[in-house]
Design a protein around this ligand. Sequence first.
Ligand code: SAH
Length: 214
Amino acid sequence: MIGNLIPYGIMLVTAGCALWRGAPYATLPFLGFMCLWYTIRMILTRGDDKPVVDEKDARRERSLVILVGIGMVYVPIAVLAAPILDFAAYDALPGQIALGFLVGLLGAYIFWRSHADLGKNWSPHLELREGHHLVTGGIYAWMRHPMYTAIFLINGAQMLMLTNWIAGPLGLATFILLYLARIGAEEEMMRESFAEEWEVYAANTPRLLPRRMR
Ligand code: SAH
């Protein structure tokens, strides 16, 4: 429980450093969003996890998640707190931060809906848990991978709000790698486990962009 609060401390210290040194970024709105996404995940995944009964590509999965952590969390925090990449900072175009804010809000909403609908079937890696069932309702009736849609939107918000040619796009670059490496294996795992149920679901529901067909 206490451990869950540590990221807020880190974000608070980061905000303090960034404001104190006059970092050339939309510091508070961007950190506010990081807090929001983190809070959604923390609240909706709290409680005990069910045991994992099947796991795919464990080592590759863990490396990819660390890589995405670097692109979406560690580098943005470091860049705000310290002047390490300020040479790549640029001035936002008019409306850029506001657009990032809207994209971030939409991402947060879809992120929240997907965590709420997936419930205890969620895993950061490719895993099936005890009593795993195929979720096809709620936001999963609109697309098969709403959490990835949400993360792509969050990547868009990072790109728009963290006005740095390197750190801004880094979240998207690292998440694209995870997505491309994982998506085939994830769908294969679902097909293996849920057979006909998955086939019918996949045939009627698009991957990332919403379209309600049933
Ligand atoms: N790809 C989904 C879920 C991401 S979390 C999305 O973007 O919303 C990854 C884990 O979710 C996988 O390990 C798998 O076990 C589980 N999963 C993915 N789709 C699922 C579904 N429709 N129902 C239940 N579990 C699912």
